[in-house]
Design a protein around this ligand. Structure first.
Ligand SMILES: Cc1ncc(COP(=O)(O)O)c(C=O)c1O
Length: 501
């Protein structure tokens, strides 16, 4: 009996729901590793991945393919997935995303998204209140002056912030481009790479981005920033924006926003806060002070799809003077934003770089309502507790592990050390070139063993030229037992890897 489209849809929906309600058993693999060739082969036995002109639809084969999709994907809700700064998607967010997809509309106009327009304005207003851009709002305020706009990812929001900044400094640039001027942007050496990409896209060039040195804790050195701005001006350039980072991607460092705001005010620079990762600090009294000065900034972006488990993507971009969005991004396309239609003033499409926009507003509204600020606080504090627990476990590991960057946030960056390097007084900087290379290579070796067995997933990256692991905490399902087991696994793989060298 052939499988009908309705049966296929029901099957996929059922399997998708299973993945939401059944959290992965910690003994199931995080991933069943397969090479591209192996994957091609597995799918060839179900439904080949390639699309051919003479393909005959076969829904039974697609059911087998859907099983394979689930079986062979990375399970980011698994309690031993620590690889990325998103993990443990909230079931409420997942189903909110599904519902938005099934209603399939665009957030560009009120006409097409009446409910979602109001929801978007409500979540942006609440964020603007938390940031300090506006006092407690009422519905009229939200409607008359939305606090910002949702974006498809933090990189887009960072780019839009820089466009706003340039527009404030050189209002004509929208029409005329930047001319011969060298406009400069300042961000920390550890800031996200999206700033450089944005500079390239905006026609400023990546060399317009001045990477200000970090202080010892990995945050931007405000004195170095001031010197860099002075130097840029002395060279005849036009500084126009600072991109501060609240929660750097690798070590979780927070720039001192008050100190940066002083520099921004002195030189009339736009101060944008990339809080894509660290915005969760708004909800935790334990680390809220890391955002001191945030109310003095010009724009702020937060990705609830990182710490809060919203499904990707979910990006909230708020601006202290939100009317600047219209001035900067309005195109007044008369086929879409007819001024004489009903509720024309509620269209959001002229506040953003995009045309059609995915409805990411429903899932964040639903999740925020279902969890409340208190749920977000709990989730953040749980992650902070686990990070503290891990740092303490590392301190008590008899030298097996050493913390490399003792950040204040949910990132634990550390190295595994072979027996020969444990509890010695000599510094890593004094290692022979051979030993240093071996230590550098051991991290990818450990990770490859871990991926092959599917027992956990942990990231690594060079820190001062030497690879170090990074555990990221945000999934509420993770327990201290998961931390212990993951450290035990790294140590066991490390012993094998080192012995094989
Ligand atoms: C600090 C920071 N900024 C920006 C981004 C980019 O966000 P997105 O991936 O949503 O574009 C990231 C992503 O990890 C990040 O960590």
């Amino acid at each position: 009996m052939p499988v009908t489209i309705d049966e296929l849809v029901n099957y996929v929906a059922g399997r998708a729901l299973d993945t939401v309600v059944d959290s992965r058993d910690r003994h199931d693999p995080v991933v069943k590793l397969a090479s591209p060739a192996e994957l091609q082969q597995l799918f060839a036995q179900a439904a080949p991945l390639d699309l051919k002109a003479d393909d005959v639809p076969d829904n039974a084969a697609l059911i087998a393919a859907v099983d394979l999709v689930i079986d062979r994907s990375v399970h980011t809700r698994h309690p031993r997935f620590f690889n990325q700064n998103f993990a443990g998607a909230d079931p409420v967010a997942i189903v909110g995303d599904w519902l938005a997809a099934s209603l399939n509309t665009t957030l560009a106009t009120y006409e097409m998204a009446p409910v979602f327009t109001l929801m978007e304005n409500a979540v942006l207003s609440r964020l603007a209140e938390l940031v300090g851009y506006r006092s407690a709002t009422n519905s009229a305020n939200q409607l008359e002056s939305p606090a910002g706009v949702m974006c498809p990812g933090g990189s887009t929001a960072n780019m839009m912030a820089l466009q706003l900044a340039r527009h404030r400094k050189r209002p004509d640039s929208i029409r005329t481009g930047t001319g011969g001027e060298r406009l400069t942007i300042f961000t920390s050496a550890s800031g996200h790479y999206s700033t450089s990409k944005a500079a390239a896209v905006l026609g400023l060039g990546t060399e317009a981005v001045v990477k200000v040195p970090d202080g010892p804790d990995g945050s931007m050195d405000a004195v170095a920033l001031r010197n860099a701005v002075e130097a840029s001006k002395a060279a005849g350039q036009v500084p126009f924006a600072i991109v501060a980072t609240a929660g750097t991607t690798v070590t979780g460092a927070f720039d001192d926003l008050d100190a940066l705001a002083d520099v921004a005010e002195e030189f009339d620079l736009w101060l944008h806060v990339d809080a894509c990762f660290g915005g969760a600090a708004l909800f935790s009294p334990r680390i809220h002070h890391l955002l001191d000065g945030v109310d003095r900034t010009d724009s702020f972006v937060w990705n609830p799809h990182k710490m809060m488990g919203l499904t990707q993507q979910c990006t909230l971009f708020v601006v202290s003077e939100p009317e600047r969005l219209d001035a900067c991004f309005s195109s007044k396309a008369d086929y879409l934003f007819q001024p004489d239609k009903l509720n024309a003033e509620l269209d959001s499409g002229d506040r953003t770089f995009l045309c059609a926009r995915r409805v990411d507003a429903l899932k964040i509204w639903l999740t925020w309502k279902a969890r409340g600020d208190s749920g977000f606080t709990e989730r953040t504090n749980h992650a902070l507790d686990l990070a503290d627990y891990t740092r303490a476990a590392i301190a008590n590991s008899d030298g097996r592990f050493v913390v490399v960057a003792p950040g204040p946030y949910v990132n634990v960056v550390f190295r595994w050390l072979p027996p020969v390097l444990r509890n010695t007084t000599s510094s890593i900087d004094d290692l022979s070139p051979q030993l240093r290379q071996a230590l550098h290579d051991v991290a990818p070796g450990i990770k490859a063993r871990m991926q092959t067995e599917g027992t956990a997933m942990v990231g690594y990256q060079p820190i001062h030229g030497l690879n170090a692991f990074r555990l990221l905490f945000m999934n509420p399902e993770v327990t201290t037992d998961d931390v212990d087991e993951t450290l035990r696994l790294i140590d066991a793989y490390g012993e094998h890897e080192w012995a094989d060298r």
